[in-house]
Design a protein around this ligand. Structure first.
Ligand SMILES: C[S@@+](CC[C@H](N)C(=O)[O-])C[C@H]1O[C@@H](n2cnc3c(N)ncnc32)[C@H](O)[C@@H]1O
Length: 437
């Protein structure tokens, strides 16, 4: 058989580069270094620092040593900082984190959309530690050692960092960790545990994701835990929707504009309770809904913005892609006797087939996931509502979508950073676009 020459696969270069200046932070909070090998993004580095790093792959660098530290550098408060992939900006002073987040949005809007806000409000801020009301924990059962690991994912890895505290989670949640760990390790088949979500709203919820239904013995074990810890347990087994462990358990509720909204554990819930309330209030101030106006709300979830808007007397058409959230939104609107039409639809599909999309709307509010509103924004732009309030959790997709609005004749009147995820690089931004007269 003929031998064919095959060049050996090129290994990515892993050269160490020393004393390199960091020129800025990117939107993922990584230091940008323009090295002789090209631009590298280095997690943990700060603007103005000089660092040693190892070049990894085409674009990344691993921080090895800080030769000259920034005056904005602080000692990370969390003992898991080096291992956990969560709070990746806690080495930057809090005020500077907020300045950086606004700067990122300003720059991305200018670079990708040629959009400049007419004015910026100061960032909306609240507690920067112990703020998270939901915490998702990864689980792994080591069959050989008969040991359960319960923790958070390491940075860019599937590894789990076992934790007994998380400084950004509310204390009601972290206080559960030791007893939860020992209870879950006693399950008959702990390998069936996918992940665990802890939620604190009007009650504390432990949602267990399982690959199969729990046995009667496991249910009894969990029931005893729930009683001892005064929590509600929900089970999310295989393809079934999440169910309460006990039939008498009620749906949990969270607050929005003095209303209590029901939601199903597992469905979307804003992470920071205080800032979620403040954000809704600010969005309403800009939207300024009037009785009789017709408002289209996209990516509505279980009604965090919808019901406060409807309280003003405006007619709201709220669109959401997850059926359980549409059901909850519809039920709460009925209980409160509010004018809401809650519709299940995929906003990424062509809107010509949707009857709700054939009406005209005075104003639009949208709050998409990180992917942004790549199709929906073109549909909105065609319909030319007077005002668009865009709530974004990803500045890169906001900039992409803002370009469509700008091309369709909208101006960015105001913008504001919501410090929804302190200590992390994640950025939440509220924007107000107005159609030019
Ligand atoms: C950032 S959450 C906002 C939810 C709500 N506004 C709130 O404040 O709680 C985004 C929502 O968009 C929904 N979603 C994502 N992609 C969608 C799509 N293609 N069509 C409809 N809804 C979608 C998600 O299910 C989620 O509820």
């Amino acid at each position: 058989m003929a031998q064919i020459y095959r060049p050996s696969a090129k290994r990515p270069q892993q050269q160490v580069l020393r004393n390199q200046p960091v020129k800025a932070l990117n939107h993922q909070g990584q230091g940008i270094v323009a090295s002789a090998q090209g631009v590298r993004f280095v997690s943990g580095a700060l603007t103005g620092e000089r660092i040693d790093f190892r070049s990894e792959g085409k674009h990344q660098g691993k921080l090895l040593n800080i030769q000259q530290a920034s005056a904005d550098r602080v000692i990370p408060a969390c003992k898991y900082y080096d291992a956990c992939g969560g709070c990746d900006l806690q080495h930057l002073a809090l005020e500077k984190q907020r300045e950086h987040k606004q700067q990122v949005v300003v720059e991305l809007l200018a670079k990708f959309a040629d959009v400049t806000a007419q004015s910026w409000l100061p960032p909306l801020t609240a507690d920067a530690w112990r703020y998270r009301r939901r915490l998702r924990l990864a689980c792994h059962w080591d069959r050989k050692r008969q040991r359960l690991t319960l923790g958070l994912r390491a940075a860019q890895s599937k590894q789990i960092v076992a934790i007994d505290d998380c400084l950004v989670a509310q204390e009601q949640l972290t206080a559960l960790l030791p007893s939860l760990h020992s209870t879950l390790a006693k399950l008959q088949k702990p390998e069936q545990l996918g992940h665990v979500e802890l939620i604190h709203v009007d009650r504390t919820i432990v949602l267990l994701r399982l690959t199969a239904g729990a046995s009667a013995a496991d249910k009894a074990l969990l029931e005893a835990f729930a009683e001892r810890q005064h929590v509600d347990i929900w089970l999310h087994c295989a393809e079934q929707p999440p169910r309460p462990l006990l039939p008498q358990q009620q749906l949990p509720r969270y607050e929005s504009s003095q209303l209590m909204l029901e939601f199903q554990p597992g469905d979307f819930l804003q992470a920071h309770a205080v800032l979620s309330l403040a954000m809704v209030e600010q969005a309403l101030a800009w939207l300024d809904p009037q009785a009789g106006e017709s408002i289209l709300e996209l990516y509505a979830g279980s009604g965090n913005f919808t019901l406060p808007i409807a309280l003003t007397g405006a007619q709201v058409t709220a669109i959401e892609g997850v059926p359980s959230m549409v059901e909850r939104l519809h039920a709460t609107a009925q209980q409160q006797q509010l004018q809401v039409s809650a519709v299940h639809a995929d906003l990424e599909q062509d809107w010509r087939h949707y009857s709700w999309a054939q009406q005209s709307f005075d104003k639009v509010l949208l709050d998409p996931a990180r992917a942004g509103a790549i199709h929906a924004i073109t549909e909105i732009a065609q319909r030319q509502p007077r005002r668009v309030i865009y709530v974004s959790c990803a500045p890169d997709t906001l900039a992409r979508d803002a370009k469509h609005l700008q091309a369709a004749g909208y101006q960015l009147k105001q913008a504001q950073i919501i410090d929804m995820f302190p200590q992390t690089h994640h950025i939440e931004c509220l924007t107000w676009f107005e159609r030019e007269a």
